[in-house]
Every structure is written in structure tokens, then in C-alpha cells.
Design a protein around this ligand. Structure first.
Ligand SMILES: *Cc1c(COP(=O)(O)O)cnc(C)c1O
Length: 425
């Protein structure tokens, strides 16, 4: 038995499924999750002392590489001064100003402790601001695990969603409409039918929770126009894409100004933070200024803010995102060419520092196309890569992430491992 296997058995006795977040349990790929002991730069080491090139990066936050010395120093310095005060600090102003400067659609911002809290609060705010109840989300997009967002599509167009999790009352999802990503006609018809009832539309502006999916230009533009025309709040959920696909996030690449933006992952630099912000007239509806209640004991936690602020400063180094984008693109090119040589139906895509791998001939554009890819092949590929020392997301439906710490040698070693893996598929 490996040490990870022993730890997994022990964990399962007191932690449901042995993990504190479900995808970590390897449920979709099978086998034993690797228990991690430490990480540095692009590498992580498991409890058996095996080293992996890591393309999960804590699901995004580790954009400057794991355990970056400046981030660690900032955390240590903040910790010495006290872990939490429940009272305001100057560093919270610093990070709010930095966020507003980097993401110009954010005029005001509030910090929370997770991405889930950010999206849940942004939706409550949009409902409070508009006085409307209905919300739209897109199939395959993940916005955290709050009740009204754990929804799958209803049986037909313009029917409201059904809970996608046990424990969510059907009444709670009755106000959530689930539409197909990239479907301009369906979106237009929905607004034509009930535009005046829609409080907000929430979208992953590049989807990263159904593997990586790009929106079409027409889809993005239609969405902005319809929200404006009908007085609905457009929420860009940039918890994953923020500071990753570009310094100013997906909205910079789209040239779109959303009304509200949610952030998480990178904004905490590996510590628990989320944030939501946007138009000042909307943000002023939150307590204590307005009637929409929102609060948090650990919101704006000084240690988390120190990690986030240092990370936000590091990613402003000249050429940071260009280099990240080139690295992800060269990984994708290498993998596509290795698969072609082996005759394996495979495609891949990248946007900035995020990439998607698909065991199918063409890059998918919506959830139905993603789920048509060959999952069994992905699972075998995943385990061959893991054995070869490459840590990919343990699911065919997750995006991958590169960091500034990934070297050309890391990319070459990964492509080399993939070449051998494809040959065995
Ligand atoms: C990760 C993620 C969330 C949830 O963030 P947590 O910090 O895990 O609660 C929400 N939206 C998107 C787009 C995400 O990728």
C-alpha cells in the first residue's frame, strides 16, 4: 500500500469520501487521490515523495507558482500582526483599489471568503437592485454551490430548472432558468418572452467548469445588449478567468463591461477570498448603505488579503500574461501534435493561462458537445500521465492551468509523457 492509499483509507473514516471537496476524491477517473505534502513553483510532491508537474495549481490560484517566496513572506508578516480582527484594515482598501484599477468595470468591491459566497451575494444584490426574482444561468457553468445555482435545465424552453443536488427544494430553483451556452437564438427568445422579469444573467465568460469552452463573439455581444435593453444585471463570474485569461480578465478580452463581476481563486493567492464588485449604483444597495444584507466574520481577513495583494502585484510584471498564454498555447500544440501522430481523436484549446483537453475531433462549444467526448479514454490518459509524474485535473470536465513557474522543460516533459500515453491508448 502506498502512503496515499493508507491516508485515503484513514481519511474516509472521519471525512465523507475522504475529501473536503468532491472532485478531489478521483470519483470520475477512479483510483486513489494523491495526498499532497508540499508544493513549490510548478511542482508538487505527494505523501510517497513522488514529484509531479502540477497543472491544477489549486484550481487556479497558484498563477505565480506554488509557495512563491514573496507571497509566503507577505503571509508570514501579516500573520505576526494577528490573524483576524473583525474590524477594518488599511490593506483591505489597498486590495479594493488594486482590483478596481485592474478591472475597470469594478467601481466598488466587497470581499468575502469564497467564490461561492461571491456569486451568491452578487445574485442577491442583482435581485435587490432590480426588484425581480428570475435569474438565467447556462448549462455546464458552475458558480459555486448555493441553492439557487445547483440547477439543471427544465424539460423545455422557458421552463424553469430542477435541482441538480439532493437537499435543494424545487421551490428554490423555480426562479432559475438554465439556457444553452453559445445559443444566441434561445437567449433572444427567452428575453423576448420574459425580459422584464429577469433580475440577472450569470455567466462564466470563458467556461472552465465543463472543460474549457469559449463563447462566440455574437453570443457575448447579444448577452450584453439584451441585459441592457431589459434592465437585467449582467454578472461575469470571473472566479476562474479573473486575472488569468488576461490581467483585466475575460471582460478585457471580450471588450464587454459587465454590471457586476465575481472574483475568487487568484484574488486570494491561495488563501480563502472571494470578491464581488461592479457599478457603484448597484453596489450601494448592499448593507450598511442599502437594504440587501451581506456580511462575513472573516471577510477581508488580513492574512488572505496579504497573499492576494502580493499575487496581484506579481502578475503585473511586464509581459506576464503574454508569457503565460504562450506557455499554455505551446502545451496545447504539443499535445495535439502528439495525439495526431498516435492517431488518437483529440483536440485542445487555451485562453491565456487556462487550457482544455478533449478526447474528440473538435473543440466543443457547449455542454452537450463536451459530454459527447470520450471519457473512458480521458480516464486512461489521466492515469498514464499521473504515473509519469504529470498532475492533471482528475475529470474530463475540468480546465487545466499553467503558472509563471512552469518552464519550457516542464512543457516539453509533459508533451513527452503524453506522446507515450497516447501511444498506449
Ligand atoms: C471555483 C468557482 C466558483 C466557486 O468558488 P469557491 O471558492 O470554490 O466557492 C464559482 N465560480 C466559478 C466560475 C468557479 O470556477
Amino acid at each position: 500500500m502506498t502512503r496515499s492509499e493508507q491516508l485515503f483509507e484513514r481519511a474516509k473514516k472521519t471525512i465523507p469520501g475522504g475529501v473536503n471537496s468532491p472532485v478531489r476524491a478521483f470519483g470520475s477517473v477512479g483510483g486513489t487521490p494523491r495526498f499532497i505534502e508540499r508544493a513549490e513553483g510548478s511542482a508538487i510532491w505527494d505523501a510517497d515523495g513522488k514529484r509531479y508537474i502540477d497543472f491544477i495549481g489549486s484550481w487556479g490560484p497558484a498563477i505565480v507558482g506554488h509557495a512563491h517566496p514573496e507571497v509566503i513572506a507577505a503571509v508570514q508578516q501579516a500573520a505576526v500582526n494577528g490573524l483576524s480582527f473583525g474590524a477594518p484594515t488599511e490593506a483591505e482598501i489597498d486590495i479594493a483599489e488594486e482590483i478596481a484599477r485592474l478591472v475597470p468595470s469594478i467601481e466598488q468591491v466587497r470581499l468575502v471568503s469564497s467564490g461561492t459566497e461571491a456569486t451568491m451575494s452578487a445574485i442577491r444584490l442583482a435581485r435587490g437592485f432590480t426588484g425581480r426574482d428570475k435569474i438565467i444561468k447556462f448549462e455546464g457553468c458552475y458558480h459555486g454551490h448555493s441553492d439557487s445555482l445547483l440547477v439543471k435545465a427544465g424539460s423545455g424552453l422557458l421552463t424553469f430548472g430542477n435541482p441538480s443536488s439532493a437537499g435543494v427544494p424545487a421551490d428554490f430553483t423555480r426562479h432559475t432558468l438554465v439556457l444553452e451556452y453559445n445559443n444566441v437564438d434561445e437567449l433572444s427568445e427567452t428575453f423576448a418572452a420574459m425580459g422584464e422579469q429577469i433580475a440577472c444573467v450569470i455567466i462564466e465568460p470563458f467556461a472552465g467548469n465543463m472543460n474549457l469552452i469559449r463563447p462566440s463573439d455574437a453570443f457575448v455581444r447579444t448577452l450584453r445588449e439584451l441585459c441592457t435593453a431589459h434592465g437585467a444585471v449582467l454578472i461575469y463570474d470571473e472566479v476562474m478567468t479573473g486575472f488569468r485569461v488576461a490581467l483585466g480578465g475575460a471582460q478585457q478580452l471580450h471588450g464587454i463591461r459587465p454590471d457586476l463581476t465575481t472574483l475568487g481563486k487568484i484574488v486570494g493567492g491561495g488563501m480563502p477570498i472571494g470578491a464581488f464588485g461592479g457599478r457603484a449604483d448597484i453596489m450601494s444597495c448592499i448593507s450598511p448603505l442599502g437594504g440587501v444584507y451581506q456580511a462575513g466574520t472573516l471577510s477581508g481577513n488580513p492574512v488572505a488579503v496579504a497573499a492576494g495583494l502580493t499575487t496581484l502585484r506579481l502578475i503585473q510584471a511586464p509581459g506576464f500574461h503574454d508569457a503565460l498564454g504562450r506557455k499554455a498555447a505551446s502545451l496545447v500544440e504539443g499535445l495535439v501534435s502528439a495525439a495526431r501522430d498516435a492517431g488518437v481523436p483529440f483536440s485542445a484549446d487555451s485562453v491565456g493561462g487556462m487550457f482544455g483537453l478533449y478526447f474528440g475531433d473538435k473543440v466543443p462549444t457547449c455542454y452537450a458537445e463536451v459530454t459527447a467526448s470520450d471519457r473512458d479514454r480521458f480516464n486512461r490518459f489521466f492515469h498514464l500521465m499521473l504515473d509519469a509524474g504529470v498532475h492533471l485535473a482528475p475529470s474530463a470536465y475540468e480546465a487545466g492551468f499553467v503558472s509563471a513557474a512552469h518552464s519550457e522543460a516542464d512543457i516539453a516533459a509533459t508533451v513527452d509523457a503524453a506522446r507515450k500515453a497516447f501511444a498506449q491508448l
